[in-house]
Design a protein around this ligand. Structure first.
Ligand code: FAD
Length: 279
């Protein structure tokens, strides 16, 4: 069976230090760009906390001739501020955007009302027409604040109907959650692509903590295996690469349209997984 090369993309967050930014631009990006991704994306800190650093990083990567998408949310900003930022991206020739509701930074919860992603998508479309290729977030294991499984799918449909081109999922390790979710989306009338967000296993303690907050389940057998390795980082790394390669392979073999890697600003293990897939 011949099928198109799956779409591959790589996500970054804006580094906090000058050295981190230099490493990302001078070492990580050239190494990952050799893998010929469709684009890179750069996250937007909760509540707009990385407004300038996201813009700066996106602009520098774009100026190197690489396709790149800023993530964007209203955070605590009003339409004027968000509109001005969108206009800046247009003026700099950015053609992609990942549109999100986002979360409030810890300690600021409830300070103001977050704007849902479907409203941001509509705002971007109203302001810039078809200029941007817009991605939105999807949750195979369902967003932690969601009222129900079905309502989360309906809100995803709302974001796509508002004008988003496709969705990228939260990371997951249970491959069935993606396939079941995809089937339910299709049944709900969603036909736009849903790209699988994949998290390589890098720092397991951090991953476990973050997963509890964002509602991504790490299967017990993976936790048990990693706990059993204790401080043997090499074995954890090898096991992580093997598990995530298998996950990606199953997804691609079963027709997932592509993979968005949460690289954590590292070349490895994303590159190793990518190479294992023989893409
Ligand atoms: P929404 O789609 O707006 O949904 C939020 C919640 O409200 C869901 O429970 C949904 O069911 C419900 N809902 C949706 N629409 C409505 C509506 N119209 N009325 C009532 N309820 C509704 N976070 C960051 O801070 N920065 C990033 O750069 C970032 N990038 C991400 C990239 C991807 C691919 C993914 C999957 C997540 C990312 N996140 C990021 C995390 C994300 O911001 C959080 O998960 C956030 O809590 C939800 O954002 P959303 O765009 O999915 O929200």
């Amino acid at each position: 069976m011949s099928r198109q090369r799956p779409r591959i993309s790589f996500e970054y967050f804006p580094p906090r230090t000058v050295e981190g930014k230099a490493r990302l631009l001078q070492e990580t990006t050239p190494a990952l760009n050799e893998l010929n991704p469709a684009f890179f994306s750069v996250t937007y800190g909760a509540g707009g906390t990385t407004r300038d650093s996201t813009l700066g990083l996106v602009s520098t990567i774009h100026n190197d001739g690489i396709d790149v998408a800023p993530h964007l949310s209203f955070g605590g900003d009003d339409e004027n501020a968000v509109g001005a930022l969108i206009d800046t991206y247009v003026a700099r020739g950015i053609k992609r955007m990942v549109a999100l509701r986002g979360d409030m930074p810890s300690g600021m919860g409830g300070a103001s009302q977050l704007v849902y992603a479907n409203e941001l998508v509509a705002f971007i479309r109203e302001r810039t027409g078809d200029h941007f290729e817009i991605e939105v977030a999807a949750y195979p294991e369902i967003h932690p604040e969601s009222k129900s499984y079905d309502s989360d799918i309906q809100y995803l449909k709302g974001k796509l109907d508002a004008g988003a081109n496709s969705a990228i999922t939260q990371y997951f390790f249970n491959v069935e959650s993606y396939f079941y979710f995809h089937d339910q989306c299709t049944a709900a009338g969603i036909s736009k692509p849903i790209y699988a967000g994949i998290m390589p296993i890098i720092n397991f303690a951090n991953l476990a903590r973050f997963s509890r907050n964002c509602g991504a389940e790490i299967p017990r057998w993976i936790c048990q295996r990693i706990e059993g390795y204790g401080d043997d980082q090499d074995s954890i790394r090898k096991f992580g690469v093997e598990v995530v390669t298998q996950l990606c392979q199953t997804l691609l073999d079963s027709g997932a349209p592509g993979i968005h890697f949460y690289t954590m600003n590292q070349v490895e293990p994303t590159r190793e997984i990518y190479r294992n897939l023989g893409l």
